[in-house]
Design a binder for this molecule. Structure first.
Ligand SMILES: *[C@@H]1O[C@H](CO)[C@@H](O)[C@H](O)[C@H]1NC(C)=O
Ligand SMILES: *[C@@H]1O[C@H](CO)[C@@H](O)[C@H](O)[C@H]1NC(C)=O
Ligand SMILES: *[C@@H]1O[C@H](CO)[C@@H](O)[C@H](O)[C@H]1NC(C)=O
Length: 267
């Protein structure tokens, strides 16, 4: 989710230091993370002081949602979202493939507050689990409020013969996408498919699932699991850095947090 790109080579970093052109950004980039080895999830908190929530945070994401332990909260309302066609760019961050919206893509309202859709990206396999079950993929729709508070809506996919219609629209661009930091302009992209009404979702407070693992993120995980084809998974996996092929952070302890359930079909 969000944040900085994975590592650039140490040689480039050292050279830029020598040349005295190591901007704060370069230093930040050198603190890159991956999904395996010494810069893998277990060590994220040690890679940079600003990443410390990854190791010391008590309200981290993702989590394994135990259905038995969710609280059916009658106060919750159906997720209110209005998205619109928007100029967009497909981006390969190296650690995930996603879409950046170049202009206002619409809003999500949670607890009376409005959050603007900024970017979406996929994790392969899923990060959140339900009763221990891992899914083939997970979409994160990242929304920001004017005060920078963040709300993420997540969609789980299971592998099936049926392709996901929204990813279908991106397949041509995904197949053109190069290595880390490459981009493919998408022009005006209709994102109706992301607007789907959900009769069921899980809600809890957690963190970004990539460094700096910032907390106080409002998570809504939709109950309806979508389908994704083998071909779509392979296409989204292909441009990722080799140490980010399984870009799912392991589940984090709940530490007493409550997971609420909105389910309009149950009484
Ligand atoms: C959920 O609760 C029921 C009844 O208490 C129990 O039989 C079942 O094993 C529980 N399931 C899980 C996944 O914990
Ligand atoms: C879409 O956004 C890109 C990046 O900002 C820009 O270069 C391009 O001109 C925009 N296209 C349209 C149709 O606005
Ligand atoms: C939100 O984040 C942006 C970019 O990091 C920053 O420029 C801005 O000052 C922040 N706004 C608030 C209210 O914190």
């Amino acid at each position: 989710m969000l944040s900085m790109a994975p590592r650039v080579s140490f040689v480039v970093f050292a050279l830029s230091l020598l040349l005295g052109i190591a901007s704060a950004i370069d230093v930040y980039r050198e603190m890159g993370f991956s999904y395996s080895g010494t810069d893998g999830p277990n060590n994220w908190g040690k890679l940079d002081p600003t990443f410390s929530p990854c190791s010391v945070g008590k309200r981290q994401s993702p989590i394994d949602i135990r259905k038995n332990l969710t609280v059916h909260n009658k106060q919750l309302k159906s997720l209110s979202r209005v998205y619109k066609p928007v100029n967009a760019t497909l981006v390969n961050k190296g650690y995930s493939v996603g879409v950046r919206f170049e202009e206002s893509a619409g809003d999500l309202w949670i607890d009376g507050k409005s959050y603007k859709l900024k970017q979406i990206h996929w994790h392969l396999p899923s990060e959140h689990r339900i009763d221990g079950q891992e899914f083939a993929a997970e979409l994160h729709m990242v929304h920001l409020a004017p005060d920078n508070s963040t709300a993420v809506v997540a969609v789980l996919y299971q592998e099936a013969n049926a392709a996901d219609p929204f990813i279908c629209k991106l397949m041509g661009a995904i197949n053109k996408l190069g290595k880390e930091n490459s981009e493919v302009p998408l022009g005006t992209l209709s994102i109706n498919e992301l607007n789907r009404k959900s009769s069921k979702y899980y809600k809890y407070v957690g963190s970004l699932t990539t460094p700096p693992c910032t907390e106080d993120i409002k998570w809504s995980i939709l109950g309806k699991v979508m389908s994704i084809s083998k071909e779509q998974i392979a296409a989204m996996d292909s441009p990722l850095n080799s140490n980010c092929k399984r870009n799912a952070r392991p589940c984090q302890p709940l530490n007493g947090r409550e997971v609420d359930l909105y389910d309009e079909l149950s009484c």
